[in-house]
Design a binder for this molecule. Structure first.
Ligand code: FUL
Length: 477
């Protein structure tokens, strides 16, 4: 009996090891994995610049200029939800130093303004609205401060810490802290030597599950541009040794692609504004990006394995402008139309490698099941469709919880009796939306010639996305 029990334990443990593959380090933390699933969320630039028509305030603006006539954070949250965004990151303090909450460590805040007789707190209003609406909230707290009299001295590092503490301990949980790289002179003409080590340790102390953004993380990286695009080759890995935030950051090309053998898991976030500026400018009401442009950016950011942080600046009323709201709703509709019908749902799939996992997991549209090969050698996945079908996109998802492994892949389709290569790709990562001119086929092969380790995927889906042939997507493909 004892032996049968021991045998049972042994088999059970063998079975468990089959369920859990060997990770290929580095791998994402649970917080980074949760962040990856957010895909798309909004950025909000709001403050004195909204009223002075500037992008970078000097820090000496009269606080009374900040006077939104109808500020309604519930409207921001409602529109964000209609757009399918999962959260909102607010510029609680931009480079002008103006605090959107009544900070005790500044005299340049909402408290000094006429707005709500100095009793207002935008951070509180937004955090309440996000909690009520089920959105996550994040905070941008500019280290550069063109107002604070202590900026440029060691005292400012302590002031910045206290400022962060107010935000990170009084408003509940934030999902992300955004550190801008810009670092110019303060009011006394001096630049600041930031104590980022202390800032970082303290931020994690106050909010252990925080994701911290900067050129070099520590949790996620800037994608190297403000256009909202990530390279088709996108490693979630980065080497940060010797680099700083801002001017001393890694080359922008590296930020856009990551490092193939980078030491840290450091995925890319693509930030871009829905308008030419980050802040609201009335003359840009006619320059709001179209739903089609936003959809293309989605393909070039989320579709290349990163996240999209889309800025929507409220106007002087304190509301999203009608043009921005319409574009956001249109963008959501394009995503829904594109990904409504998975054309591989009834297909069958086979692999040329053995595996401990059922290969049908790849087509089950379930992100918690996956399939992993047994070697880093050539893998071929063959998908048989029940009938000839028109497709122009495949969505592939790598099982990144065990590390990013796929270096390259091709998609081939049987057209007129023989297989033609229709897509040549490099990395897959969390999500690759591979688009190509529409084809009719009933058999597709995905070939992964060599991966860093046995490749693992969670899902493969196929679509016929309306209108992508006019988006100029295949110029470099
Ligand atoms: C930049 C800032 O200088 C801009 O004003 C804006 O906040 C953008 C998101 O980051 O570095």
């Amino acid at each position: 009996m004892k032996y049968i029990f021991l045998l049972g334990c042994l088999l059970f443990s063998l079975d468990l090891s089959a369920q859990k593959p060997q990770p290929l380090l580095p791998i994402p933390t649970p917080e980074q994995l949760a962040w990856h699933e957010k895909e798309f969320y909004l950025f909000i630039h709001f403050g004195p610049n909204t009223f002075t028509n500037k992008e970078w305030g000097e820090g000496n603006e009269d606080p009374n200029l900040f006077n939104p006539t109808a500020l309604d954070c519930k409207q921001w949250v409602n529109i964000a939800k209609l757009a399918g965004a999962k959260g909102i990151i607010l510029t609680t303090k931009h480079h002008d130093g103006f605090c959107l909450w009544p900070s005790k460590f500044s005299t340049h805040t909402v408290r000094e303004s006429k707005w709500l007789n100095g009793k207002g707190d935008v951070v509180k209003m937004l955090s309440d609205a996000c909690k009520k609406g089920g959105l996550d909230m994040g905070v941008y707290i500019s280290p550069w401060d063109r107002n604070h009299p202590d900026y440029g001295t060691e005292t400012y590092n302590s002031i910045y810490l206290k400022t962060m503490k107010e935000l990170l301990t009084q408003y509940g949980k934030f999902f992300e802290l955004w550190w801008d790289g810009a670092n110019g002179e303060g009011p006394n003409g001096k630049k600041q030597q930031y104590d980022f080590r202390r800032f970082e340790d303290s931020a994690f102390h106050w909010q252990p599950n925080l994701i911290i953004f900067s050129d070099i993380g520590p949790s996620i990286r800037w994608c190297g541009n403000e256009k909202g695009t990530i390279n088709a080759t996108n490693w979630n890995l980065l080497d940060t040794a010797g680099f700083k935030r801002g001017d001393g950051g890694p080359p922008v090309d590296t930020l856009n692609r990551g490092n193939i053998n980078g030491k840290y898991w450091m995925p890319a976030e693509a930030d871009v504004s829905i308008r030419p500026g980050w802040f609201y400018h009335p003359e840009q009401d006619t320059k709001v990006k179209t739903p089609e442009t936003l959809f293309k950016l989605y393909l070039q950011s989320v579709g290349n394995g990163g996240n999209l942080l889309l800025n929507v600046p409220p106007d002087r009323r304190g509301l999203f402008h009608e043009a921005d709201s319409a574009a956001l709703v249109g963008f959501k509709k394009l995503r829904e139309d594109a990904f409504r019908t998975n054309l591989l749902k009834q297909a069958t799939i086979a692999a040329n490698q053995r595996s401990a996992y059922p290969v049908k997991n790849l087509l089950d549209e379930n992100s918690s099941t996956f399939w992993m090969g047994e070697s880093d050698g050539k893998l071929e996945l063959t998908i048989q469709l029940p009938k000839t079908t028109q497709l122009n996109a495949l969505v592939l998802e790598e099982m990144i919880a065990y590390g990013q492994r796929v270096r390259s892949f091709t998609i081939e389709a049987k057209i007129g009796g023989s297989f033609l290569k229709i897509y040549t790709g490099t990395t897959i990562g969390r999500k690759k939306i591979a688009t190509f001119p529409a084809i009719f086929t009933n058999e597709i092969k995905i070939v992964l010639p060599d991966s860093k380790a046995a490749p693992g995927l969670r899902n493969i889906a196929g679509y016929k996305i309306p209108g992508i042939e006019n988006m100029g997507l295949w110029v470099n493909n």
